[in-house]
Design a protein around this ligand. Structure first.
Ligand SMILES: NC(=O)c1ccc[n+]([C@@H]2O[C@H](COP(=O)([O-])OP(=O)(O)OC[C@H]3O[C@@H](n4cnc5c(N)ncnc54)[C@H](OP(=O)(O)O)[C@@H]3O)[C@@H](O)[C@H]2O)c1
Length: 184
């Protein structure tokens, strides 16, 4: 989609922004003075990152959100639009890691990985794509993993077997979305 504003005028939503890659991305966007809407479940850590982004020169709003909850993700997108009028970049980054032999991991924990790592991204895309379509511009970034591309005996056979599944699906879904877009 075309008409993307420069970074210092862009509104950027990042899920999983309170730690690791999401936090680093938030601070990097902040150094370019982007307007940030930051999401994660833990409110205290999220607010601390928002404060650090503001200290770096950005406007930043912390919106505690569980990405497994579609209604909450819809509210997150609405907060960004209400607060800043648009969304230019949405980073689907929130994710959880689970270690364990396949037979030792409970179905409940397996389901949670799928709900957060896969459905969290589905919920993000469903919330933001209508906004991008209205604006006729926008960038959706889906965090993935090397385990979406390769198979390793240590991961594929017994440990972390549940972990690669969402990433393979996300990679396939992102490829489909890209090709649909290019057909327009
Ligand atoms: N680090 C790596 O080597 C690596 C490699 C490949 C892929 N990845 C993927 O990259 C992403 C970031 O990884 P990371 O290492 O930076 O992870 P991290 O440091 O553990 O950070 C994860 C972030 O996601 C948030 N989060 C977790 N569950 C959430 C939920 N249900 N709703 C909203 N936010 C949630 C966490 O905050 P709360 O717990 O407060 O919600 C935190 O902000 C993840 O998707 C991960 O699977 C990481």
């Amino acid at each position: 989609m075309s008409g993307r504003p420069p970074l210092n005028e862009s509104v950027v939503v990042i899920t999983g922004a309170s730690s690791g890659i999401g936090r680093a991305a938030a601070l990097a966007f902040a150094r370019h003075s982007a307007r940030l809407v930051l999401a994660a479940r833990g409110e205290a850590d999220l607010r601390e990152v928002a404060t650090q982004c503001e200290a770096a020169g950005a406007q930043a709003e912390a919106v505690p959100t569980d990405v497994a909850d579609e209604a909450a993700v819809q509210r997150l997108a609405q907060r960004a639009v209400d607060g800043f009028g648009r969304i230019d970049v949405w980073v689907n980054n929130a994710g959880v890691m689970m270690y364990g032999r396949f037979q030792d991991v409970s179905s409940q924990d397996f389901r949670r990985v799928i709900e957060v790592n896969l459905f969290g991204q589905v919920h993000g895309a469903r919330a933001v794509l209508p906004v991008f379509a209205r604006q006729r511009s926008g960038v959706l970034i889906n965090m993935s993993s090397v385990w979406g591309r390769i198979v390793s005996p240590s991961v594929g056979r017994d440990t972390r077997r549940c972990y690669p599944a969402p990433w393979r699906s996300i990679r396939a879904r992102s490829t489909v979305k890209r090709s649909l877009h290019h057909r327009r």
